[in-house]
Design a protein around this ligand. Sequence first.
Ligand code: GCO
Length: 448
Amino acid sequence: MAQWQFPDGFLWGTATASYQVEGAASEDGRGPSIWDTFCRTPGKVKHGHTGDVASDQFHRYAEDVKLMRDLGVGAYRFSLAWPRIFPQGTGAQNPKGFDYYHRLLDALLAAGIRPAVTLYHWDLPQPLEDAGGWPARDTAKHFADYAAACFVALGDKVDFWITLNEPWCSAVLGYELGIHAPGRTGRAAAHRAAHHLNLGHGLAVQAFRVGGGRGEIGTTLNLAATRPATRREEDVLAADRARDKGSRLFLDPLFGGNYPQRLLDAYPDAPLPIKEGDMEAIAQPLDFIGVNMYSESAVRHDPNHPEQFAHVPSPYPQTDMGWDITPLGIYRLLKWVDDEYGHPTVYVTENGCAMPDVLSDDGTRCHDPGRVDFLRRYIAACGEAVRDGVDLRGYFVWSLIDNFEWSFGYTKRFGIVYCDYGDCRRVPKDSFHFYREVIAGNEGFGPA
Ligand code: GCO
C-alpha cells in the first residue's frame, strides 16, 4: 500500500460558502440575493428549501471554528455574502455585514487557521440582477468595487483571496440552463455573463494589486474533467473539445490568451461582448489557481452537437449526486492544467462527495464509509500529482458541514460533519476522524 507523504507546508483545509451555511438571511441588514428569490420560485429548489437558516453558521461560527481546530486544518475557505455587505449591491455599505466577518476572521486567526476568502460564491444581490445581472457589463464594475471595499476592510486578516467560485456555474447553470439562480435561459446571455465574470475577476485583481494588499489572490474554477470514451481519434478530439466551454473559456483569458476559437465558431449567435482592453484586464498575473473537482466523465464524438461531443455513461460507482467516483480523474485534471498552462501554482479548493449519511441510533456517531473511501482515494491521487511535478500546494474538502446544496436543497449531504437540521446540532462523521489522520501525518493512504 503506497503512502503519500505531502510536502512540508502543504495546506489542508475545508470549504463552505455563505448562502449554503450562514443562514440569518435577513439579520443585521443583509439584503436579498438571487438565491433568496430563486428558492421562493415554485419548482426551482427541492421541497422549496431555502438558505434562511442553513447550517446556522452565522450564529454557530465559534463552534465550527472549534471543530476545525480539533480537525487540525491549516485553512478554512468560506465566502462573503455580497448582500450582507452591500444590501443594494452597490452604494451604501452595511457595517454590520463586515462586523460578522471580522468576528469569524478573528476566531479563525485565534485558532491558528488561515482564512481563504471567496468574494463571490453565487449570491448576487438581487438589485443587481434586476439591473441586468452578469449579462450586463456594469455588474463587473460593481463586483470590483465590492471587492475593493472588502480588501480595505478585511485585508489585514486574510491570507488567500479567491475572486470567483466556478464562474461556469454562474454563467451556464444560472443564465443558460436556468437550474441555478437567477434561473434564466438563453445561450447569448450566458456567454455575456461569462465574459463579464472574467472581466469582474480581472478588475478585482487589479484593485487588489493597486491597494497593495497582503496575502495572495487567485480564482476558483470547476474545470471540465473529461476522458475519451474510446481510443478513436474522433473521441479523443471530442474529449478535448468538451474542455473549450468548461475550462478554456475561463482559463485561456486568465493566462493571457483569447477565447477558444472553436467555441466562438460553434455559437455565432452568442458572441462574447469584448471591448477594447478587456482581455488585458482579465489577464492579471495570479498567485494561484483554485481547482474544484468532483468527477470525470467519458466523452465521445457527436456530429449533431454544435461542439461535436456527447457525454456517455460509464461503469463507475456513483455518489449520491449520481456523479461517477473517478479518483484518477483528479490526477489527470491537475496534470492537464499543469501541462497546458505552464506549471501554475494550484490548490484543490473543493473535493468531496454527497452520501446518504445517517446518524447512529444514539445520535453520537455518523458512519460514512463511502466518503472515507472517496477522500482516501482522491487524496492519494493528489499525492501522485505532487510526485509527478504538479505545483499543488493544498487541498480543501467540500465540505466542513452538511449544507444547502443549491437546487437539491438539504437533500444532499456533503459534510464531514453532520448537521441535524432540526436543531443544527453538529456531529463529526467518521470521515472527519479520517481526515484528521491525513492532516496529522501530512500523508495520504493507499492506491488511488
Ligand atoms: C460547487 C460549489 C459548491 C457545491 C459543491 C457540491 O462546486 O458547485 O462550489 O457550492 O455545493 O460543489 O455540488
